[in-house]
Design a protein around this ligand. Structure first.
Ligand SMILES: *Cc1c(COP(=O)(O)O)cnc(C)c1O
Length: 480
């Protein structure tokens, strides 16, 4: 059994074992001709159910053969050009290499004595990111598990910095199109039911600053405390960027903490042509970035950045066994003081390898390509009488719906679009997402694959129309 432990005597076994796994994945990547096989829950459940976890195979190749059956064959492959659904990216190879290294060395980034250089590498990447944002000399931050955790931590700091401890009087302002983790965080932070004030968006799905100003005034008039404004730089559905300079101004006037949720839009930090879209982000008190979205990194890789390092103290607790106060006095660097997590992956290594091999411009170029592709896709949709498209893209998403000329009932159009999405998924030929706009069902492309071409978009639009038409034809038959 000891042969399974990674150490000096098993280095060769490790090399062979991992290589065998890498070979399987490489073969899979090369041979995948569609993003999904269309496997159903009912197909897969018994295959996984029948495996007896108490009877090991004692053989790597056999376990990999089995894995082929229960996972690899039918997984959803984000690298395929017709995976157009959620905010998942194909990953860059230097980052995957970093992933392999970090799990083998298995550093834990909570303390210096579990990571050494890892701590300094993470700190340098935080400084690099804060610098790109323009947060100033006192900035700091920490890697997190994702945008959800980054938003939670940012709002925790905002709550602790607020002028009152009366949680019921705190208000957080976020647009209709903001991420649901804002509401979830408010709940976790013990804020009241009405804590999150939803600010309407304009035609372009950006927060209406006039409405925000009204809400802030009303908050003051009611004797409540504006704890934070969450501006979204790249909304999940539309990629729209809230007017950051105007919002920053309103925050300065009202004393509210400005949190910029750039989980999606952070890729612009590396763009040579679109960086100006983030103008105003440098005025934030805190920023969420998801490298695992627009930096082409494997899950997880995310960070929360703050303008003032001192605010991170609200996440600091001392444990005698881990990070006693005297360590701070001895100036031994330690990341657990800044994090909601304790044991924590060295995710930063993936971004490090990416920057060292490809450089930031390389990432920015990939992100620019998908934004260009979205603009092209918008052109296709706008010119296509079969489709209604919601908004011209700022980043790389397109929200649209199939609108059959002969159908006047919007509920029937809803059903046709829902059916088309499901049927497409079941076919495995392509995967698209869906969302609701003004109460109606829409479809969504999230374009994060530079390998996707306009011709893929055109082909998928034809597939969707085909499924929707089939649904409508059948429903007509049912009615007759
Ligand atoms: C994806 C997303 C999040 C949540 O990030 P996770 O990494 O999925 O936890 C938060 N905000 C926005 C705008 C997002 O797009």
């Amino acid at each position: 059994m000891r042969s399974h432990l990674l150490n000096d005597t098993t280095a060769e076994h490790y090399r062979r074992s991992v290589t065998e796994g890498v070979e399987r994945v490489a073969a899979k990547l090369a041979a995948t001709d569609r993003p999904f096989t269309g496997v159903t829950v009912d197909d897969l459940t018994p295959r996984i159910e029948q495996i007896d976890l108490d009877r090991p195979l004692n053989d790597t190749a056999a376990a990999l053969d089995e894995l082929e059956e229960v996972y690899l064959r039918d997984a959803v492959y984000f690298h395929h050009p017709r995976y157009l659904a959620h905010l998942n990216c194909p990953v860059v190879i230097p980052a995957v290499l970093g992933e392999a290294i970090l799990s083998a060395v298995n550093s834990s980034l909570d303390t210096w004595d579990q990571s050494a250089g890892g701590t300094l590498i993470e700190r340098k990447l935080i400084d690099w990111t804060a610098d790109r944002i323009g947060l100033g000399p006192a900035a700091d931050g920490v890697f997190t598990s994702g945008g959800t955790q980054s938003n939670l931590q940012a709002l925790l700091l905002a709550r602790e910095e607020a002028k009152t401890k009366d949680l019921g009087s705190l208000r957080v302002f976020a647009s209709e199109a903001s991420h649901f983790s804002v509401k979830k965080s408010a709940k976790l932070l013990g804020l009241g039911q009405d804590a999150v004030v939803v600010v309407p968006v304009d035609h372009d799905q950006r927060m209406q600053t006039v409405a925000l100003a009204h809400e802030l005034e009303r908050c003051a008039a009611d004797g409540l405390v504006p704890m934070a404004v969450v501006a979204t730089a790249g909304t999940t559905d539309f990629g729209s960027i809230d007017p950051l300079p105007e919002i920053a101004e309103l925050c300065a006037q009202s004393g509210a903490w400005l949190h910029v949720d750039a989980a999606y839009g952070c890729g612009l930090l590396t763009s040579r042509t679109r960086r100006s879209l983030l103008e105003g982000i440098e005025r934030a008190d805190s920023v969420t970035v998801d490298y695992h979205k627009s930096f082409f990194q494997p899950v997880s890789s995310s960070a929360v950045l703050v303008r003032d390092a001192a605010t991170l103290r609200h996440a600091t607790y001392h444990a005698e066994y881990l990070n006693p106060r005297r360590m701070a006095q001895e100036r031994i660097p330690n990341q657990v003081d800044k994090s909601l997590q304790t044991t924590r992956r060295f995710d930063a290594l993936k971004l490090w390898m990416t920057l060292r091999v490809m450089g930031a411009d390389g990432i920015g170029q990939l992100f620019d390509e998908v934004c260009d592709l979205a603009a092209e896709g918008y052109g296709l949709l706008a010119a296509d009488p079969r489709y209604d498209v919601v908004v011209e893209p700022t980043l790389s998403t397109l929200v649209f719906r199939y609108v059959p000329a002969a159908v006047t009932d919007p509920a029937e159009t809803d059903r046709a679009n829902l059916y088309a999405r499901k049927a497409l998924f079941a076919s495995g030929a392509a995967i698209v997402a869906g969302t609701k706009v003004n109460g109606r069902h829409y479809l969504k492309f999230t374009l994060l694959n530079p390998e996707t071409k306009a011709s893929d978009i055109a082909a998928v639009l034809d597939l969707i129309a085909g499924h929707a038409e089939q649904y409508l034809g059948e429903s007509l038959d049912r009615a007759c």
